[in-house]
Structure formats: C-alpha cells, structure tokens
Write a protein that binds this ligand. Sequence first.
Ligand code: ATP
Length: 478
Amino acid sequence: MASKKELGQEEPQRPLVGFEKGENKENSKTESEENSTDGSCQNSPRGVLEIPTSSVHSDSGSSNESSSSMDRSLSPEGTVLECHSSQWRNLIGGLLQRKKRSIMRLSTFPPAMKASCLEKKCLGISQSCEEQSKGGLVQLEIPMRKPCWRNFDHQELVLATDNFSHENLIGKGGHAEVYKGCFPDGQLVAVKRLTKKDKEEERIGDFLSELGIIAHVNHPNAAQLLGFGVEGGLHMVLQFSPHGSLASVLHGSKENLKWKVRFEIALGIAEGLCYLHEGCQRRIIHRDIKASNILLTEDYQPQISDFGLAKWLPDKWTHHVVFPIEGTFGYMAPEYFMHGVVNEKTDVFAFGVLLLELITGRRAVDSSRRSLVIWAKPFLDAKDFKGLIDPSFGDDSDSEQLKLIISVATMCIHHISTSRPSMSNVVQLLRGEVGTQEFMGGDSKPRSPLLDACEFVDYTCSRYLSDLHRHKQLALEQ
Ligand SMILES: Nc1ncnc2c1ncn2[C@@H]1O[C@H](COP(=O)(O)OP(=O)(O)OP(=O)(O)O)[C@@H](O)[C@H]1O
C-alpha cells in the first residue's frame, strides 16, 4: 500500500506496507472457521456483497429507469449474485471476462440477501434495528435511502471533471485519485479513479470488493455511492463532500472546529461504525478508520468512506487473520499489527485514536513520527485533562462532554481488545444512555484460543507501548 496524501497538506502518518509481499493477500483460516459446522460461515470474508440497486442507467445515459424484476446471476464458479440491475451483472461479467483469474480472488460471495430485505431497502423503508448489546439495547433508527445507481460512460466523467484536470484533483490515496466533478444538472460529485498499477486481476478484485461493500452499505454516516464507470479505467462516483475529509478540516485548515461540532462528529462516526458492525445485513469491519477516511457533508455530518480494506465477517467467526498487514500506522490495534487479527475491536481501537484527534487537535502520528496514543497515555493515566485538550477550545468546550469522550477514548484504545467496548456500547455511552461507571468494559462473546494468546493478562500496557515503538520503527523506517 503506497503512501496516502491529501492534497494541500502534509500527511506524516504513512499507511503500513505489508511486512512481506505474498501472492495471497490474506490468511482467512481462523479457529472459528475450522470449527464451524454451518456452511454459510465457510465463505471467505472478502467478496462482493449483494447490491441493493433499484434502478439502472438507460443506454442514452440521461435517465434512470426502474427495474421491476430481480436478476439472479451465477458466476462461472457458482457464485450467486443477487441484484436488480442487469448493468451490475454486465459490469461483473465484463470485468471477469477481462481477467478470468480475478474470479479466483473473488471466489466466494456471501449467501444471497433475502429478497424481502432487498425490497425493503429499495422501497426506502426505514429500518429499525434493535441491537442487543452488553448493558442494554441500542435503537438504531436508520432512515434508508433509496439506492439508485448509474453506470457512467467515460465521456460523462471526462466532461464532469474537465478531463480529470489537475484543478479538480481533490484527494490522492495509495490506490486512487479523487476528482471533483459537476454534471450538467449541477450535481456535484467525487469521481474516484483507481490508479493502482499492479496486477490487473488484483486491481479488479479490489475494485469489485470495495464497490460491493460501499453499495451494500446504506446509512447517513457512510459515503454514498452514485454509480461507477469501467471505461478508460475503473471509477467510482460518489456524493461530493464539500468540506473534504475530517483530516483536512482538523489539521489542514485555519478554521477551528467548535467543540459541539466535534462531539457531533464523534457520535456520527460511532453510529456509522455501529451500523457497519451490527446494523447492516453483513458484519463489516472497515479496517482503515482514520481522519482522512471520514468525509464531512455540508452540515458537518461525518461519513465513513474508503472501503478499500473493508472485510465482511461471517457471524460465527470470532475474528479473521489477515496477511500482509495493511492499514495506517497510528490507528492500528496491537493485536492487528502483532498478529494480523481483525474483528470489530480493531475498528474500535482506531475510533479511539480518532477521538483523541478530536480532543487534542493532534494528528495520529505527529511530524516527529510520534504516535498520538503514546503521547496521550501519560495524560490519560494521570487524568490530566488540561494537558490533553486542544488549546484552541478556550471556554468553548462542555467539560462534562469532554470528560465523557476522554473516558470513551481511553476504553477504546485499551491494549486488550476484549476490554474495549463494542461500538453499540460506545453509542450508548456517548448518548448518555449508560454511564461510564455502569460500563465495566470487556465483553462476554466467545473467545478463540488465538485471541486469548494475544491477550494474556501479562500483556501489559508498557509491553504494548514498547511493541508500538518497535512496530513504528518497522513501519516508518523501511
Ligand atoms: N466523496 C468525496 N468528497 C470529497 N472529497 C473526497 C471524497 N472522496 C474522497 N475524497 C478525498 O480524497 C481523499 C482520498 O480518497 P480515498 O481515501 O477514498 O482514496 P484511496 O486511494 O482509496 O485511499 P487509500 O490509500 O486509503 O486506499 C480523501 O481523503 C478525501 O480528501
């Protein structure tokens, strides 16, 4: 994974390049997989999820038309894809034709979503999810958007972005360039053009995987996909976020984000993550939660974006082991950078680092390559909140909310993953539905021997900090 840089600002935190390069991007074998008796849990947690599309782009490229029947397409490998759009089927078919081997990397897709769920989504019916969690129920009232996609032809994207001009380049990551675009009807969009030059099958696999996940996700706190384009390169067309990323607002602009806005942003990200982990059809682990992957809408609503590393996990799996380890230094949980262990708690840790960024105004890794977690730990341990908070707050902050968010951040960056709260716990805590005293930490979910091995009680905080130092050297000095 190459280094990611937002334009117009220095981005010292570098995504970690895999320690070793290998053909297989990940090791999907887990104890839970081995023990699983349920066939539905044998799928690899990488694949294109079901696409709840409800309309297709007409050939003329000017209008959307409703699709009444659901297409059910079967890939040559026996993979079932359910979608409403023959355009989607054609996209997959076309891409897979281009490079048949890429199918191997997408060899298993999750079982098809129930038609009733798809219909509900496509009708735009509000979904109410009751999440059973430790300490109570979290009511997630999710106003569902009616997903509506288009397959854009290259000329439309060229026109919208002024031929992908430098002036319209708004972001650059390891895998993509993002351009601001404007369609003839005045709609502003962000066109993400994949730039990764590696093996074509891998690129197509990554593109389909990200597209499948982002299309599956339907929540106000997640980036909204408008469509895709496959001519002249692989493109995703997303709703434009006028304030750019949280990183650019927090660290790259002169404008100070008021405390109230920061708190709302924290709550919005927590709700978005809670939805990904517990509220949507599939259990999705984002794996790259960081300030530059949080986009801000006109009214500063946070939207989780960049699902390039996201994984879905079958319900019965306690975790997943990935190799090589990809992500961004400064946000990685110890069990992930030490052992490649991925589950919801990896995202919870990264969310804790994001909270620290909001509280302190500091980057996850500063210009002298010091990790924010390492910097903040002594202040958190000594409960020295004055030394911790962004000096620009002045009297603007709410001290109760600050205390609350500092406590939540402390819980989220706990070095033992099972001692971190779940995202539904976090939402409850931030909403004030449960007190931090009531929340004792930890969870009662079944544990795997591997997780236990990573989390011996003698894995102390100081050992974790020295591991973090060692990891920093490996990550930043190669
Ligand atoms: N919808 C959008 N509206 C406005 N700006 C956006 C939008 N999408 C992306 N950007 C900008 O482009 C940057 C890079 O986007 P993104 O993280 O999706 O690229 P990437 O290449 O996939 O990154 P990575 O290297 O993490 O895989 C973002 O940090 C943000 O500044």
